[in-house]
Design a protein around this ligand. Structure first.
Ligand code: ADE
Ligand code: ZN
Length: 336
């Protein structure tokens, strides 16, 4: 796209990226071998890096992707594994013009395999320090809870002493809610989000990715979320759309993800023009860049191809993204 250099240079904030979704296929195979993790032998997809990479291009749904996503992350064992993963992402994000990244991770998917929370956090924090000093990008961690596991598991994880300590010492900025959506509506997690709110944590949740607009409404009303991850289904409810525009609630859209997971057949089918016209705040993000074959700049370029936005519109999208970030005001001023 002719705007590519301009889009690359624009100071961007990324709000929706799962660090486990940035696990490259070469690193996955390297860690499986080094950590002695057996990949499923009954699935020929894991026969080689090539067969696995080509499977990533044929996801049929969110759940089909999640199956491979959870197997992939099972190779992460040591702090250095988590550090390498996050460092890969931060370098790549920086090259795409990201100045501030708020990144998700799924502690339950690791602690359930016997990996201590402190291992995950020390690896990620090492990469965050390097990102700050070597790349000049600021980062925040958002601790996500898995909606396909029992609510009691999320509550137990939330109350764990190491997790509580990471909230208290500011290493974790907020909580999120992810994984399989349709069967696990927001109302199930009211208690978790109330506890997080009482502790002063910021709150977001995946809503309206595969689920309907009503899940976005209940995320906002029942969970007190100040951001909606994806929120693609907002385009289906005009009243809710007006309400979200008026409140300034930000959607963290992931255009390439929605196409790869078959939520829409092309980027043109996303309600991005509708959101712009109605004044809905949104950021554009990569979600799981390795699995979906696109980092943040690829997503910007794909949206530009589909909607031919003006330079003023792009500038405004990036400003709104920085203003809606969960960093301090001083950092925001630096970036604006
Ligand atoms: N976990 C990682 N990526 C996700 C997505 N796009 N939706 C829900 N859960 C996820
Ligand atoms: Zn996501």
């Amino acid at each position: 796209s002719p705007l590519h250099p301009f889009l690359n240079k624009l100071p961007k904030a990324e709000h929706h990226v799962h660090l486990e979704g940035a696990l490259s296929v070469p690193l996955l195979f390297e860690l499986a071998s080094r950590n002695n993790i057996a990949l499923p032998k009954d699935d020929e997809v894991f026969a080689s890096q090539e067969t696995l990479s080509s499977r990533y291009k044929r996801f049929t749904s969110l759940d089909d992707f999640l199956h491979y996503y959870y197997i992939g992350m099972s190779v992460l064992i040591h702090p250095g594994d988590f550090e390498a993963l996050a460092w890969d992402y931060f370098q790549r994000a920086s090259a795409d013009g990201v100045h501030h990244a708020e990144v998700f991770f799924d502690p339950q998917a690791h602690t359930s395999r016997g990996v201590p929370y402190s291992t995950i956090l020390s690896g990620f924090n090492a990469a965050r320090s390097r990102a700050q000093t070597e790349l000049g990008i600021s980062t925040e961690l958002i601790c996500c809870f898995l909606r396909h596991l029992p609510v009691s598991d999320a509550l137990k994880t939330f109350d764990d002493a190491d997790v509580q300590a990471s909230f208290a010492d500011g290493h974790i900025k907020g909580i999120g809610l992810d994984s399989s959506e349709l069967e696990y509506p927001p109302h199930l997690f009211v208690e978790l989000f109330e506890k997080a709110g009482r502790q002063g944590l910021r709150r977001t949740a995946h809503c309206g990715e595969e689920g309907p607009a009503s899940y976005i409404a209940s995320g906002i009303e029942l969970l007190g979320i100040e951001r909606v991850d994806h929120g693609r289904a907002l385009g289906d409810d005009q009243d809710l759309l007006r309400q979200v525009a008026a409140s300034g609630t930000m959607l963290t859209l992931c255009p390439i993800s929605n196409v790869v997971l078959k939520g829409v057949s092309s980027i043109k089918d996303l309600p991005i023009r509708k959101f712009l016209d109605a004044g809905v705040n949104f950021s554009i993000n990569s979600d799981d860049p390795v699995y979906f074959g696109g980092y943040i700049l690829d997503n910007y370029c794909a949206v530009h191809e589909a909607f031919d936005l003006s330079i003023a519109e792009w500038t405004q999208i990036c400003r709104a993204g920085i203003e809606g970030s969960w960093c301090g005001d001083a950092r925001k001023s630096e970036m604006l």
